[in-house]
Design a protein around this ligand. Sequence first.
Ligand code: IPM
Ligand code: MG
Length: 400
Amino acid sequence: MINRTAIEKAKEQLGKLLEAQMERVEKLKAAPDWIDYSKISPIKIGILPGDGIGPYIAAEAERVLRYMLDEEIKSGKIYINTIEGLTIENRAAHNKAIPDDVLEEIKKYHVTLKGPTTTPRKGDPWPNIESCNVAMRKELDLFANVRPVRVPKQGIDWVFFRENTEDLYALGPYGIDVGEDIAIDFRLCTSPGAERIIRMAFDYAKRNGRTKVTCVTKANVVKTTDGKFLEIFYKIAKEYPDIQADDWYIDIMTAKLVDEKRRREFQVLVMPNMWGDILTDEAAEFQGGVGTAGAANIGKQYAMFEAIHGSAPRMVQEGRAQYADPASMIRAAAMLINHIGYVEKAKKLEMALDICGQYEKKLVITGRPTGATGKEFTDYLIDWLNNPKLQETWEGYVKG
Ligand code: IPM
Ligand code: MG
């Protein structure tokens, strides 16, 4: 039996979603251009500790950030402050992904450094609110999720440009139950949305001397949205004749990342949101796991930097939060420092992270009392930042 009432109700709901997206597309087309941090004083950096292991690793990341930007903080060029309230307890109490007053506060800062935050799902003790990462990406229009993965000794040097505001994520909370037996979700790709992330990937390649950009889709099966993304990719590629453009399907791409011979060929990769979510977790594993990877969520006006992993509530329940690896969030801090214009300082921090996490490894984090605490690891890192032989040592390791 065809349930016409359910179909009509679903059509109406879909109509509303489309109206909202059409308004959004108009806003995207009219959005202001890139903010210029060199003209801003002070640059305001907000720290969002998050929940679970978040406050533990955020404290270490903030310590490193303040150390790196000490001079600028003293001269008043940079202002750093903690923004309260982005915890699962407070979000649940307001039944909102980001409580209004917290969002208002966040918007007063140019950039934020964010600890992991718990994302509830059906059946959890929390109300099933939207992920606050996803909400923040949408609210601040942080359309580019930039995730670098580097393992110099294996020749791996990838930068992923994951679209951050569309795809399955955009309408994730707005799927429709049609009658009792059918559930349907929607996947979104808009022209301005695809264009801006693809252009950003090519611009990055051009600025950084990279020679190839790879697009990842499943356009053979998901024909409309991924089809559009891929079509726009090759259209924009024509504007960059010196950069090679190719594309892979997500399934074979996940396989090729494990292929030692082929994986070095990838340089800059661009993809819709969901494929990027999956692929960047896989990629981070080569570098030592998601605990070591940072992510930049970049928009033209705001930017947010975070660890790519979750809040690990189990570590807190088991009393192990102090053993959580802060390297992911410190990598995110390095990306923040780079983004606001202190390129050399960011490089230095990355070198120290490589030495401590991948080469010398005098202290190892295991997440348990068998390893170092986050605080001990950060002290070790700061010792290296103070060491005049930092660059020389790093170069020695990389050359092997
Ligand atoms: C990430 C995370 C988030 C995502 C979750 C926490 C919603 O996995 O940043 O990759 O899926 O984007
Ligand atoms: Mg993820």
